[in-house]
Every structure is written in C-alpha cells, then in structure tokens.
Design a protein around this ligand. Sequence first.
Ligand SMILES: *[C@@H]1O[C@H](CO)[C@@H](O)[C@H](O)[C@H]1NC(C)=O
Ligand SMILES: *[C@@H]1O[C@H](CO)[C@@H](O)[C@H](O)[C@H]1NC(C)=O
Ligand SMILES: *[C@@H]1O[C@H](CO)[C@@H](O)[C@H](O)[C@H]1NC(C)=O
Ligand SMILES: *[C@@H]1O[C@H](CO)[C@@H](O)[C@H](O)[C@H]1NC(C)=O
Length: 365
Amino acid sequence: MIALSALCLALGCFSGTVYGRPPNIQETLAPTPNYWFSFGASSSQTGFNSNGTLPNEANPIGNPTFPGNTFAGGINWVGYLTSYYNNSLLFTYNYAIGGATINRTLVNPGSSKALTEEIDEFMAGAGKKPSVTPWKSENSLFSFYIGINDLQATYNQGGDRGAFSDLLLDSYFAQAKRLYDVGARYFLFFNIPPTDRTPLMLKQSETARATERAVIIEHNKRLSARATDFQNSTSGVHIAFYDIWTHYEVMLNSPQTYGFKDATSYGDALDIYWANDFHAGVHANDYFAQVVVAAGGDDKWAPQGHGSDWCSDGQCYEKTQVLWGQCGGYYYEGTDKCPSDAYCRYFSDWYSQCNPIEKSGKTFW
Ligand SMILES: *[C@@H]1O[C@H](CO)[C@@H](O)[C@H](O)[C@H]1NC(C)=O
Ligand SMILES: *[C@@H]1O[C@H](CO)[C@@H](O)[C@H](O)[C@H]1NC(C)=O
Ligand SMILES: *[C@@H]1O[C@H](CO)[C@@H](O)[C@H](O)[C@H]1NC(C)=O
Ligand SMILES: *[C@@H]1O[C@H](CO)[C@@H](O)[C@H](O)[C@H]1NC(C)=O
C-alpha cells in the first residue's frame, strides 16, 4: 500500500480541503470538423487558393467567399454538399480548377493544372496534416471528378481509345494511391457525364457527338473497373462511386420531370439545365449534391440519405432513403426503402435512385 504522503509527493497534493469544480473543463466545445479534399476540373471548381484562408466555421470552403467562383452560375454541387446537405461541420479543401486534365504529358492543361499537380499541391500543404488541418483517415473524404477535359480534347483523335483511357487511368489511380499512402481511406469517384449532349456539342455534327459518346462510354467502363481494382488492391478503403453519366441521361431524357424547361437551353433561369454551353447549372448541381450525399458511403457525409438501420431506446428502425437518394448499386450498403411517394428506380449496376412516383406535369420545386 502506498502511503498518502508518497502519492502526494508524486502527484502533488493540496493542503487542506479542495473546494469548487475541477479546473480546465471547457465551457463549450467547438464542433469538430470533418474534412473533404476535392480534386477535379470546372464542374467542381470553387476557386480555392490553398495559400489563402483555409476552410473555417465562417466559410467552410476557406476562400473565396461562399459559394466561390463556379461554372454553374452560382452554387455548384461542392457548395451544396459542403453547406446544405452536410450533417456535420465539413471543411472543404477544393483543389479542382477549370481546365484541369489528368496528366500534363497525356493531355496538356496549359495554364490550368493536371490532377497530378493538384495532388502535389495537397501533399505540400494539407497532406502533411499540419496543426491547422488535422485530418485523419476516418474523418476525411477524397473525391475525384476528372477526365472531362481529357476526353473533350482528344475524342476525335482516333487510335486505340481504350488504350488511351488506360493510360489516363494509370495516372488517375496512381494519384489515388498517393493519397492512400498518406492515410486517405474514403474515396468518391465520379464517372464522366455525356458531354456529347452539351449545347457546345449540339453545335457539332452528329458524327462528332456519336464519336465522343462512344469514347466516354468506353472510358467509363474502364473507370468503374479501375475503382473496383483499387478497392481490391488496397485494404480498408471505402469507395463511393457516382454514376453521374446516368444521372445526366435521366435528367436530360426527361427534363420536365425534374423541373427543367428542356435539355438544350442554357442561361441563368432556374428552370434551365445548362448554365452555359458546357456546364450544368445551379439546380442540376443541387440534384448532383443530393445524390452524392446518398452515395457518400458513410454517415458523416450521407446523413440525410444513407439508409442504414438505426436503433434508439431498444427499438430499431429501417431508415428510409430520401427522395433522389441512392437505394441500390454495387458499393451501396444502405436501405432500398424509398419514401412513400417514391420508388427505387434501377439505372445501372452501380446505381439505383429513389425517384418520385411520377404524376404528369408535376415539377419538384
Ligand atoms: C502557394 O505558395 C507557394 C510558395 O510561394 C507557391 O509555390 C505555390 O505555387 C502557391 N500555390 C498556389 C495555389 O497559389
Ligand atoms: C453544415 O455546414 C454549415 C456551413 O458550414 C454549418 O453552418 C452547419 O452547421 C453544418 N450542418 C451541420 C449539421 O453540422
Ligand atoms: C504521365 O503520363 C506519362 C505518359 O504515359 C507517364 O510516363 C507518367 O508517368 C505520367 N505521370 C504521372 C505522374 O502519372
Ligand atoms: C474484386 O472484388 C470484386 C468484388 O468483391 C470481385 O467480384 C472481383 O472478382 C475482384 N477482382 C479482382 C481482380 O480481384
């Protein structure tokens, strides 16, 4: 038995009675952020400069002022996901920049960046887990939405397109591996949307559009296979895969169902799909973010959508997915139960979505 006086020597003791509360209890705990590191091109850009003000409570994208400089004519999917569909304080470091390609040697992005350079920028700063950005494997998401420019610039070059996609994807997944090596475990991959349906491409010949479409479809096939390979060849990785190609197709094939005037106009109005001749606008981006939330693969990012069961006070409930949320697909582990006015609609092996039970003429905002 240790004598009290010895303990006092070791720990220090007050003489006499101790009154009051123990010291150093924080009155209010600041919310702990989760982190999101986004890589990509114009469809994701918010204009973040990683040397500027970092994401903080007043501005979760750091700089510039929310919603940043986007190509959507306002808030893009990154902004919606960061500030509207988040279930936690989410600090978003968005390295995406307009014009970005995957690898400068393969497709030159000129004064923009290659994905490899976006990752270099991350590695030189936040990647080192400095005290200002104390991200951890379990509280950080890494997203890739890249390749649109690579295919747009090269679709008409002929040659073995599958082999070229393989080269692009070698570089792409080498970058994902670099992130894995410094601790990234939660990944979100987007495939390439059907840019053959952009107003820009509608001005081109039908042959040009058909060529581009085939190139994108082949690339996407290889991209989803690579995501599976990546999952298989690394341990502890959680992958969410957003089949945005299908989502574009669904909305553009039935624009009025989603509140859009048509599939071809561009401009500022809320009921117009395209913000300009190449980029989807604010309302389409709102839909994208809702799907990403559901595809997030983890409750930190998929709160309102992710359909895992939950239990409270000894009773368990099957969580219902939200409208537009994911309800099936290859990596999806949540519920297939949709709200009462919706049904689980199959789009591809990667993705099923809760869609409204359609009433003719109804729009959804
Ligand atoms: C940040 O600053 C470093 C050092 O001055 C510079 O090399 C780098 O290009 C800057 N990055 C950006 C995104 O401005
Ligand atoms: C979502 O993000 C916004 C902007 O940072 C923040 O004010 C809000 O508290 C976050 N929501 C939750 C549930 O943490
Ligand atoms: C970029 O592509 C070239 C040509 O395929 C390749 O040699 C190089 O390793 C790639 N760079 C990176 C960083 O992946
Ligand atoms: C990767 O994993 C999937 C699903 O577990 C499996 O079907 C597939 O055969 C695996 N592929 C390889 C190359 O191991």
